[in-house]
Design a protein around this ligand. Sequence first.
Ligand code: G6P
Length: 368
Amino acid sequence: GAASKDGYRHFMLKEIYEQPQVIAATLEGRLTDRHVLVKSFGIEAEALFKQASQIHIIACGTSYHAGMVARYWLEKYAGVPTQVEVASEYRYRQVVVPEGTLFVTLSQSGETADTLAALRFARERGYIGSLAICNVPGSSLVRESDLTLMTQAGPEIGVASTKAFTTQLVALMLLTLSLGRMRGMDETCQARIVQALRTLPGMIGQVLALDSEIEALSMAFAEKHHALFLGRGAHFPIALEGALKLKEISYIHAEAYPAGELKHGPLALVDSEMPVISVAPNDELLEKLKSNLQEVRARGGELYVFADEQVRLEEAEGVRVLRLPHIDEALAPILYTLPLQLLSYHVAVLKGTDVDQPRNLAKSVTVE
Ligand code: G6P
């Protein structure tokens, strides 16, 4: 049933394992062979998307990290200038809204107080309209937005968001392709990403099969007090999300940096007590990331690298490499989220924390 653990030890683990199905459900009926069906966003979506020359994305917590990934995608593939901001900052400042800007909120619950307040604030600011990407039908955010796209993650009980995040990313790729198509995105590239989306549930299943390897890695973290996550490009927000997961459920202090910023501060913290986790899919930034990794190694830092199976990266003293199946570069941020979820989960279990109900946190923050 919806609120049972189905034999899993925690809701969080169950929800991690549900990702192949809920991603498939989020794609269901929304793709053709080569394109995304724009009407998935509502009958008025096509007209509104055509007018959209800019996007402002507002969210909180994990949903904010999904928005940060979307900024890389929307600018790279659809050429739409995009800004992303946490709702609690956005709602209290003087925002400049360029003509033709679409307002987008991301929320699992649709009831987060700051996100909802941001939507209400935005209504007076001259946006062309609002889109909510949300997991709860009938929620306040859904009712008050012009357009909605539902993620089909099903009820998420674990306070640390997992399947809601990856389905948001899928929804945001649907948005990217919809806008891209209207703005002359290369047809071959569109079709390639659509095909990759279709194979995504199966690929997620392959990554879940690495669970026991990731569990074995988690032992190295249980006694640590700090951890550093590195990523570049669209994987920087994935590093942020990995650090957030570790903080939320294992209470280990974790930070994330875009790998290129390492030398501007965090390198000073790196020693053998500071494990460094890096997401290194096989994209154009890999060579740069490799030199960042050497900087860490040279300071005695222990490195844990999640990398594409095709990447030439050797394991060595202090360098553990965990291989992920090769995936289309566009969708790599979704796939690389999984090992970070599993890692935090296993570290928390080792530490004996309350995985599904971490101290001081709420599933949905409905008051400011
Ligand atoms: C709380 C939850 C987080 C979530 C955030 C935003 O802090 O603990 O997991 O990411 O709220 O929630 P929303 O429902 O708006 O996505």
